[in-house]
Write a protein that binds this ligand. Structure first.
Ligand code: DAH
Length: 352
């Protein structure tokens, strides 16, 4: 009988070894500790044993039952531990792995330059005035004192709209931001025609010309126009403001100079150069060995233009200026081909 008990224990423990999950552990329990398990049957048969055998067999059977229960509990613990560490393993996180990159959007270099220019003038008290992209010939040329035979008015140089417009006043895409001078002056003057208020504005926006596209010219580009009108505005206000602008835009030490020029809508007219910041004025390919870079056109608003804007030129004076912001961006970033701006090539755009 005792050897039978040993067999029962050995078999049960051996079977437990091959239990690999909770399910088969339950089956093992039924087979080895359930109501019909061999060890349980030993208890059932205790009564049939000889009187002196009973305590010996009974004690041993009890020991085996407790051994099996303890072994089952231990196995159950092992299985739970194994399941847990497998879960941990599969959810393991390597915090040293590189993160997923979020692609950043950024402003177009042209927009950035435009905003920088506007910001500088805003600090000097200028407000932003938005004018139309589509203009009439009248605003784009006639009111700005362009004579009828001026080459800029040729069909070959401007984008005129096809359509049924008056012969002397067709629609076109503005060729510069200067027509905004007339629009803003008329709007300000309409507030109080007898006493028109002073004006200090910048007009940013896209301009369009029917050009042969090359490294130096595009059919669309941004300009920033400036306009100041008041009762005592002089050429020295113009020089002071633009010289200060150049220092803020290109660096505090930068020197600038004004050269006489001609525009139909200003008198006198000038162009402003800044000292080449690439070579410091020594002469290099960027400044074509002159030491100077042309930045903008400017001048005192022509009396005819003031008149057309509703400002009496006997009482009011003003200055205006205009610059191409891509040109400024090209100088600052040493971009040698203006076509890069609208090619949408990320290799170019991502550098800014
Ligand atoms: N409108 C001129 C151009 O497109 C630039 C310009 C020159 C604007 C002189 C001005 C100015 O206001 O005073 O070339």
């Amino acid at each position: 009988m005792l050897s039978q008990l040993e067999q029962i224990e050995k078999k049960a423990l051996a079977d437990l070894e091959s239990v690999k999950n909770e399910g088969s552990l339950a089956e093992w329990h039924v087979a080895h500790l359930g109501r019909n398990a061999p060890i349980m049957q030993v208890f059932d048969k205790l009564g049939q044993l000889a009187k002196d055998e009973r305590p010996v067999i009974g004690r041993r059977a009890n020991e085996i039952k407790r051994t099996l229960e303890a072994a089952e509990a231990e196995r159950s613990g092992q299985l739970r531990q194994a399941a847990l560490s497998q879960a941990l393993q599969s959810e393991r996180l390597d915090v040293t792995m590189p993160g997923r990159q979020v692609p950043h959007g950024r402003l177009h270099p042209s927009t950035r330059t435009l905003r920088r220019i506007i910001h500088i003038f805003a600090e000097m008290g200028f407000q932003v005035y938005r004018s139309h992209d589509v203009e009439t010939d009248e605003y784009n040329f006639q009111l700005l004192n362009f004579p009828p035979f001026h080459p800029a008015r040729e069909m070959q140089d401007s984008f005129y709209m096809a359509g049924d417009y008056p012969k002397n006043n067709p629609l076109l895409l503005r060729t510069h931001t200067s027509p905004g001078q007339i629009r803003s002056m008329r709007e300000y003057a309409s507030m109080d025609p007898k006493n028109p208020p002073p004006i200090r504005i910048v007009l940013p926006g896209m301009c369009y010309r029917y050009e042969q596209i090359s490294a130096r010219s595009e059919i669309q580009f941004n300009q920033v126009e400036g306009l100041a009108v008041g009762e005592h505005i002089t050429f020295s206000d113009l020089k002071g403001t633009l010289t200060d602008f150049a220092r803020r835009m290109f660096g505090a030490q930068v020197r600038s100079r004004f050269r006489a020029a001609h525009f139909p809508f200003t008198e006198p007219s000038a162009e402003m150069d800044i000292e080449c910041f690439v070579c410091g004025g020594m002469g290099c390919p960027v400044c074509k060995r002159t030491g100077w870079l042309e930045i903008l056109g400017c001048g005192m608003v022509h009396p005819v233009v003031l008149q057309n804007g509703g400002y009496d030129p006997r009482r009011f004076s003003g200055y205006a200026f205009g610059m191409g912001s891509e040109r400024v961006a090209m100088l600052i970033h040493r971009i040698d081909d203006i076509r890069n701006f609208w090619m949408n090539d990320l290799r170019f755009l991502e550098q800014f």
